[in-house]
Design a protein around this ligand. Structure first.
Ligand SMILES: NC(=O)c1ccc[n+]([C@@H]2O[C@H](COP(=O)([O-])OP(=O)(O)OC[C@H]3O[C@@H](n4cnc5c(N)ncnc54)[C@H](O)[C@@H]3O)[C@@H](O)[C@H]2O)c1
Ligand SMILES: [Zn+2]
Length: 604
């Protein structure tokens, strides 16, 4: 097999005070690799401290020495290289390091860096420590210097936020990243991974990259499973997501491997249960589970506390115990409702998601948000409650109504747009096969989407750090459209498609996104049969698709968006695009531009 550059060496970069050297040393010890610190090498070579090199020979000389040391280090193999905080700014250094290793950047907040540097100042040999601390306002200086280097640090393959972590925890995360990126590269073809930034709280792995701790827990059963799209690791729960075609047959077996047992209560809606209920019941019985089924009416109206209560009654009546398991079989509505019941019944019981709609596979089943609607608003009552496993059988999509399927593609395309250009291109190149639900490509698209979403939510399990915000691309306008039409006119994905066009146009108006990227987005949405303006959506309705004819007024949309904003008591954080695959968040979008874009979307 071709040797991947990512497994040749590991490079640890980051600002002073992020623990590069200690972490690199610890990683080298654990991998049994060599360790090299470029600053130490220079000190040894010139026989004097770095500060003296700066003072006596100048920064230029120091950078020359640094470049030479990096060049030599890159000729070696299986070495963990800690580089000076400014080394990566030099394009030649960067090129060389990127060709010869996986670059991991250690991040920390300026305040953390300031504290660490102060406590380390006495013994630190780093080039920038003393000058940083001797200025009038050291914290300000750290902030400015760090900000100027941020674009270079952003080029790293992986980023670890080290605030509050021990050296050993950071080292563990570096090794996870190396395992994930190194091995994932070999497994994922033909869609290699993009580079990601990652917080230590959660890590997602591709097929066959289960962590040691996971192997210990489950006797390595999860290790070489072909249909694992990813493993979601959050602080609360780690679980595998299986994506495959015809996977329902394996549900019982997978549940047993995940150490689930007892009675499985299937929660489903009438549509889905009539198609797959018998099969799932049988598969679970064959695997030794007791089986009960609760079937609710289909549709969003079922997602309420009343339905949850009826399910609690059923569970009580059937003497369900805490170590039995709930199986959510259906679209996002069933997933949210069944997950909410699982989170609350007996203070929480194990549950498994078997999503059967495209939306549920690529969105609803990943992230652990469960809940029901209140008369006053959608999803007002709920919890974060991660399942024990997710199993997506893409074959079930062959029975999903066409409009539901089309709507689901909007979220899939969104992942490409916000984070994954390669995936976007994959979608562009395979529209016809994907819309015809060709098994192999469909499975790949769903696995990739799952992976993207899982990575985002793992960084911000409870939506506290704002990292999930990026998933709201197109959703600000979409929520406005949906609320203004009382959730009756649009399917969510349709509103999101129009909302994404609004966001792209807004990005273009603000001068951050070139016109050709907007056109590419529009072309792809259209090819998947999604509306890209209100006019297109209305035309679709006239062509006889069954839709409510609720009139839409722009004032209604903006009012709904304002309301959304007031609920959150803050300004709208717009997710915009800088490029295909690169989203940014802006809170300074002028109202006139928003209105202009909405008018454009509504143009007859
Ligand atoms: N928890 C989350 O993070 C999250 C994310 C996105 C959406 N959601 C929620 O998900 C819901 C929307 O999900 P949805 O679009 O799947 O809606 P849904 O569950 O209502 O399913 C749509 C329709 O398709 C039918 N259906 C589902 N799978 C089928 C199949 N394989 N064959 C035939 N028919 C099938 C259903 O019976 C229903 O009539 C909303 O309640 C939304 O709030 C939650
Ligand atoms: Zn959505």
């Amino acid at each position: 097999m071709k040797v991947d550059r990512r497994i040749i060496n590991l490079v640890i970069t980051g600002f002073s005070g992020t623990g590069k050297s200690l972490v690199a040393k610890e990683v080298a010890r654990r991998l049994n690799w060599d360790f090299l610190d470029t600053d130490d090498e220079i000190v040894e070579q010139v026989g004097k401290p770095i500060a003296e090199v700066f003072r006596e020979d100048g920064e230029g000389r120091f950078r020359e020495l640094e470049q030479e040391t990096i060049r030599k280090a890159c000729q070696r193999r299986q070495v963990v290289i800690a580089i000076g905080g400014g080394a990566i700014v030099d394009p030649q250094n960067y090129e060389l390091l990127a060709r010869n290793g996986l670059i991991v950047c250690l991040e920390a907040k300026p305040e953390t860096i300031y504290q660490r540097l102060f406590s380390e100042a006495a013994c630190s040999a780093e080039t920038e420590v003393r000058p940083l601390l001797t200025v009038d306002n050291p914290l300000e200086r750290i902030k400015r210097l760090k900000a100027s280097r941020q674009p270079y640090y952003a080029k790293a393959d992986w980023t670890i936020h080290t605030d509050g972590l021990s050296i050993s925890e950071v080292a563990e995360d570096v090794i996870r990243a190396w395992r994930l990126l190194g091995r994932a590269h070999a497994h994922l073809n033909p869609l290699p991974l993009a580079c990601w930034s990652q917080s230590p709280a959660g890590v997602i792995r591709r097929a066959g990259t289960a962590s040691r701790s996971r192997e210990r827990k489950s006797g390595s059963q999860l290790k070489a499973d072909d249909d694992v799209a990813c493993l979601v690791e959050t602080a609360a729960q780690s679980y595998p997501v299986f994506v495959g075609y015809g996977l329902l047959d394996k549900l019982g077996e997978k549940m047993k491997k995940a150490a689930l047992s007892g009675t499985a209560t299937i929660i489903s809606d009438e549509n889905v249960f009539s198609l797959y209920g018998n099969k799932v019941e049988q598969v679970l019985k064959e695997a030794g589970f007791g089986v009960n089924s609760v079937v609710v009416p289909p549709g969003e109206e079922t997602k309420n506390v009343g339905s949850a209560i009826r399910i609690y009654d059923f569970l009580v009546e059937h003497r369900t115990e805490r170590d039995d398991v709930i199986v959510a079989l259906g679209g996002g509505m069933v997933g949210d409702l069944a997950g909410f019941v699982a989170a609350t019944f007996l203070r929480g019981m194990p549950w498994v998601q078997v999503p059967t709609s495209l939306v549920a596979m690529v969105d609803g089943s990943i992230g652990g948000k469960v809940g029901v609607n209140h008369a006053e608003g959608k999803n007002l009552i709920g919890a974060f409650y991660q399942p024990n496993l997710v199993l997506s059988d893409c074959e079930t999509l062959t029975t999903l109504p066409q409009r539901e399927l089309t709507s689901g593609w909007a979220e899939v395309i969104k992942y490409g747009l916000i984070l994954d250009k390669e995936f976007f291109e994959f979608l562009e190149n395979n529209v016809s096969k994907l819309t015809k639900v060709e098994p192999k490509l469909l499975t790949r698209a769903i696995a990739r989407s799952t992976f993207v979403k899982a990575r985002v939510v793992s960084q911000d399990e409870r939506e506290r750090e704002g990292k999930r915000t990026i998933l709201n691309y197109g959703h600000t306008i979409a929520h406005g459209l949906e609320a203004a039409t009382e959730y009756k006119r649009f399917l969510h994905g349709e509103a999101v498609a129009i909302g994404m066009m609004g966001a792209a146009r807004l990005s273009q108006r603000l001068g951050v996104l070139p016109a050709d990227a907007v056109e590419r987005q529009q072309a792809l949405l259209q090819k998947f049969g999604l509306p890209t303006s209100l006019r297109a959506e209305a035309a679709g309705r006239r062509r006889g698709r069954k839709r409510s004819n609720l009139k839409l007024s722009l004032a209604g949309v903006t009012r709904a968006m304002e309301l959304d904003k007031k609920v959150k008591r803050k300004i709208i954080r717009w997710v915009l695009l800088q490029d295909i695959g690169k989203a940014i968040i802006r809170s300074d979008v002028p109202q006139e531009d928003v209105l202009a874009v909405l008018r454009e979307l509504a143009k007859p």
